[in-house]
Structures are given as C-alpha cells and as structure tokens.
Design a protein around this ligand. Structure first.
Ligand code: 4AD
Ligand code: MG
Length: 429
C-alpha cells in the first residue's frame, strides 16, 4: 500500500486504511492502549494500538519505540474528538525503521537557551522551531511571487567582494589568494548594475556582518531580499515596500494560521498606506521622553524601540541625515544634509526590518562622497563607472528575512528565526 502524508490522512473517512511514516514525538499508555503522536513533514497525528486489533509484533514494536524513532504505521482512520485534530489511526501494523537513542532534550536538561542552540541539530524538531521555519519559508515564497508578478527579474550576485557596501566596521575579511576581500554585506551595488539590463531586479541571498554587538536583532549571517528599480523615486520605493509587506503578511496569515497559533501569535494584515514619520519627528518624540540624541547620529536602539512600541503596524521613518547613512544615498534637492531614504520599522518594539532609498546617480557627486569617506576608489571604480552610461534616478531597498520572521512570529531573539544561527558567539552546529 502506498504512503499517505498526515494531512492526507485527516481528509480520509472513518474506516479507510491509512499508511504513514514519520517520527515518534511522544507516547503514553492508558489501560490496555498505547498511544503515540507521529510527526511527518505535513503535521502530526495520534495513533492508538490495542491488543487484538494490532498484531503482537506491532504491539511490542510500539511499546519499544523510543521518542524520535522513525516508524511506519498502518491502520484504519477513526474520528475521535479527544485526539488532536479530531482523528486518529487505529493501528493494525507498527514497524520501527530506525530506533532513536535516549532523546537528550528533556525538561531537566534544558537549563539555558544555549543548551537548545548547542543541540540545534536536534532541537529544530520541536513544534515551535518548525512553526517559525514554516513562517520564514512563507515570507520568502510570498516575496518571490510578489516580485515575479511585478515584472522583476531575479538575479544573483557574488558574496565575495572588494567593494564594501555598508561601511568598514562590520566587514568580514578574507584572504583571497593573497588579496584582501570581504564577505558581502548587501547585493545592492550589483543590483544597481543589473537594473541597466533588466530595469527591475530582486535578489535573495545571504548577507554577512561582523556585528560586534550581542543583541537580540543581529546575526552575523542572515538572508536579505533586496529590490532595485530604474526610473523611480523614493516615493515609488516606499510604495513598493508597503505592497510587499502587505503581500507577505496576508500570505502568512492565510497559509500559516496553524503555525501562528502554535506560536501563540496574532498578527493583523496592515492597512495601507503605512504611517510615515520623519527622523526629526522621532528626535522630537525622544527628547520629550528624556532620551534625546544629537541630530545627525543614527537613531539609538532604545529610541527605535520606543517609537516602534508606539505603533501597532509597520511604519516608515523617513529623511535620515546623510551622516547616518551609506555613501550612496541621494540627498533632498533643498537640503544636502538629509537623504531620500527610509527605514521600515516593525511595530511592538521589534524595530527595523528594511532600509532603502534613492541612490546618487551623478558621477561627480558620488566621486566626492567616495573621497570624503576615504573609501578605496579603485574598488568602487566599476560602481562609479555606471554613472557614465545612462544612469537615471533609481531606488531600492533590502528587507531582512530573519528580522521579518522574528516580528511575525513574535520571537524574543532573532536567532530563533534561523535554522542554524550565526552570531558573534556561535558558529556551531
Ligand atoms: O539596513 P541595511 O544595512 O541596508 C542595506 O544593506 C542596504 N544596502 C539594502 C538596500 O538598500 N538594498 O540592511 C538591510 C536589512 C535591515 O533592515 C535588516 O532587516 C537586515 O537587513 N539586517 C540584519 N538582519 C540580521 N542581522 C543583522 N546583523 C542585520 N543587518 C541588517
Ligand atoms: Mg538599516
């Protein structure tokens, strides 16, 4: 008999025969019955073995099956309101394919979160971790659909680079046959080259930051979705991000309701347009609360958290000072100290999930920026060169996948949004 997936079994009628494979999540014995919860890639289901219905070999197999053993189960489907999901399989045959050793992740063994991350290769089987990863995947599917439908071309770019996109302080340096190179912080510069060929592009790849701070929102390796468009201004760029976030949340709420429930998370699809407040307004709010900062600095984390807590849906902080932004940011026509850029901030204290803006299109202006910031002009030569061959107004943004998953799943720490997180203190497993 061919195999069913567990979600298929839930659609069978009482009395129909089901055959599933999976892993034993838990077991219990009540009277003469042995119950096991079996998990496969689609869900989990209770199976119940009773002497006489199941053969003796199967009874001893289920009694002997340890947590996380791989098993094959066959039996008839029965509605039972006591079973989670309302149905169970009454076992006729139960076979252990691979017996698991004693499962090391027990309540008494877990004395700190780091124990779970030391054993991440095993702990990812947990209900909550699996739910987070399903939400994370849905964010990516939603983004791909969104961009493909919008006529964007998917590109790839190198992750070994010489031209640093986001400043020198978070660069991972590599020795490339005697030459100094870096792991890419962002694919933006390559996207800017690609828009001349494709007009609208998007990219999905890892980004690396040697973040020397241990925070709940920084990974050293994370995944970013970036988009860049020719012939558009910052207002169009904001609109695109607004549409993307709407598409992502709608899709997650629709397709991952079960996972959000597992995580005890309730997210609402944000109404459009998203609110916008300026950097200066944030400074004003912060000063009123006695946590003011100097104009021109990046917004401090505690201020970002405070503003983020004031909103119940994502919003933009616009008009950042040039001194707090990358060298490539375009400034306002009436004020060369303020950029046409914005951060997209998740509500409830989760903070920044995306950054974007209009880029400098003029060769001389960009060369001046490169010189002023003492960037190595040779490695930016190709990027400068683009400004000589038909570069119009253009803009784009990058949204962090794990930051977005952290917000949608309501996670305390961003590492929970990564299958095998990389942080300042963790590169294993
Ligand atoms: O704000 P960032 O540094 O912007 C850029 O890299 C632009 N070049 C993107 C662009 O315009 N194409 O990074 C973009 C996003 C952040 O908003 C955040 O969501 C995420 O990437 N991010 C991180 N996520 C996890 N850990 C880190 N250390 C992150 N650094 C940035
Ligand atoms: Mg940013």
């Amino acid at each position: 008999m061919s195999l069913h997936t567990i979600d298929q079994v839930f659609k069978l009628q009482d009395g129909e025969t089901a055959r599933i494979h999976g892993w034993v999540r838990s077991k219990s014995r009540i009277g003469g019955l042995t119950f096991a919860i079996i998990r496969d890639g689609t869900g989990e289901m209770q199976v119940a073995a009773r002497k006489g219905v199941a053969d003796d070999k199967s009874i001893s197999a289920i009694n002997d099956a340890s947590k996380e053993s791989a098993v094959v189960v066959e039996g008839s489907v029965k509605t039972d309101p006591r079973a989670s999901g309302g149905k169970e399989i009454q076992v006729k045959s139960f076979q252990v394919l691979a017996k698991a050793e004693k499962w090391p992740i027990t309540k008494s063994a877990v004395t700190s979160p780091s124990f779970l991350y030391d054993n991440r290769h095993l702990s990812i089987r947990g209900r909550k971790s699996a739910a987070v990863m399903k939400v994370r995947a849905e964010i990516i599917y939603a983004s791909f659909d969104f961009f493909v439908q919008g006529g964007f071309t998917l590109i790839s770019a190198p992750t070994i680079v010489q031209s640093a996109c986001e400043g020198g302080s978070t660069l991972f340096e590599l020795d490339y046959f005697g030459q100094k190179v870096y792991l890419s912080q962002s694919a933006q510069l390559y996207e800017e080259a690609a828009i001349f060929a494709f007009e609208k592009v998007f990219i999905f790849q890892p980004a690396f930051r040697a973040e020397k701070s241990k925070t709940s929102k920084h990974l050293t390796e994370f995944w970013m979705i970036e988009a860049e468009q020719a012939f558009v201004e910052q207002q169009d760029n904001l609109k695109l991000q607004e549409e993307l976030v709407h598409a992502i949340v709608s899709r997650v709420v629709e397709k991952r309701a079960k996972e959000l429930a597992t995580l005890g998370r309730n997210v609402r699809v944000p109404e459009k347009p998203l609110p916008r407040i300026s950097y200066d307004e944030v400074l004003g709010m912060a000063s009123k609360k006695g946590i003011g900062f100097t104009w021109g600095e990046d917004i401090p984390t505690n201020v970002e958290r405070m503003v983020s807590q004031a909103f119940d849906r994502p919003f933009f902080i616009t008009d950042y000072p040039l001194s707090a932004r990358g060298f490539y940011h375009m400034t306002k026509p009436d004020n060369d100290k303020v950029t046409k850029s914005a951060d997209l901030i998740a509500p409830e204290g989760y903070g920044e999930i995306a950054t974007g803006g209009e880029r400098v299109s003029d060769y001389d202006m960009l060369l001046e920026r490169v010189k002023k910031q003492e960037l190595p002009a040779e490695s930016f030569q190709w990027y400068l060169d683009l400004r000589k061959y038909g570069m119009s107004t253009h803009a784009g943004f990058g949204i962090g996948v794990e930051r977005t998953a952290r917000w949608l799943c309501g996670l305390k720490h961003i590492r929970a949004a990564s299958l095998f997180p990389r942080t300042m203190t963790r590169v294993n497993p």
